[in-house]
Design a protein around this ligand. Sequence first.
Ligand code: PRT
Ligand code: ZN
Length: 210
Amino acid sequence: MKTLKIAIQKSGRLNEKSVEILKNCGLSFENYKSSLISTVTNFPLEILFLRDDDIPEYVQDGIADLGIVGENVIVETKAEVSYLQKLGFGKCTLKIAVQATSNIQNLEELNGKAIATSYPVILENFLQEKGIKSDVRTISGSVEIGPGLGLSDAIFDIVSTGGTLKSNGLKPFADVMQSEAILIGNKSIADNPEVAELLQRIRSVLSAKS
Ligand code: PRT
Ligand code: ZN
C-alpha cells in the first residue's frame, strides 16, 4: 500500500485548523513545530508542513497527493488540481480598497489607476472580466500602506474583519473573490481507496460540526 502525502501550512492562519481537522479524523501524529514531515501512525499517510504558496504546485506535480490551502492561493498559482472539499475555515474576501477619503464611485474610475497587490493573477482576471485597464503593481506584502504614501491609488488584498483596512485609512470598494480553506487532490488520485476513506472521515467531522 502506497503511503499518501498531504501538504498543510507549516505556520500561519491555516496551520492550527488543518492539524485539528486531521486529528479529529482519528489520525495520530506528532506535531512538532520543527519537523517538516510527520508520519501518521494509524493510517498510511505522511504530513508535509510547507509554505502555503507552495502547496498547490506540490499537489499538481504529485509531490503531495493532497493538500489543504486557501482557494485564493490555488487560483493565484494557476495550479491544476481537483477541489475535493471546502473545509469551512480560513474564510476571507479579497477586496479592492481605496482611501477612506476617496470619492471614487464606480469601477470604471479604476482605469489608469495604480493598484498594489500580492495577488496579481486574481486581480488581473477580475479587471479583464470588467474591461478595466489599471496599472497592477505586484508587491510581496504590506500593500495597505501604499495609498497613504502615494505609491498606489488603490489596493487589492485579503480582508476578514476589515480592521487592517480601517487602521490604514482605507475603505472597501469592491468584493472580488470569497475564499476559504479547501482540501485539494492531485488530478490522478480520484479512485484511490485511502483518499476516499480520508475524504469520508473529513466529511463526517464537518457534518458533526454543522
Ligand atoms: O508563511 P506562509 O506563506 O505559509 O503564510 P502567509 O503569510 O502567506 O499566509 P497567512 O497564514 O497569513 O494566510 C493563509 C491563508 O489564510 C490566506 O491565503 C487566506 O486564504 C486565509 N486568510 C483568512 C487570510 C486572512 N483571513 C487574513 N485576514 N490571509 C491573510 N489575512 C491578512 C490580510 O492579508 C491582511 O493583511 O490579514 C489582514 C486583514 O485582516 P483583517 O481582519 O484586519 O481584515
Ligand atoms: Zn504564503
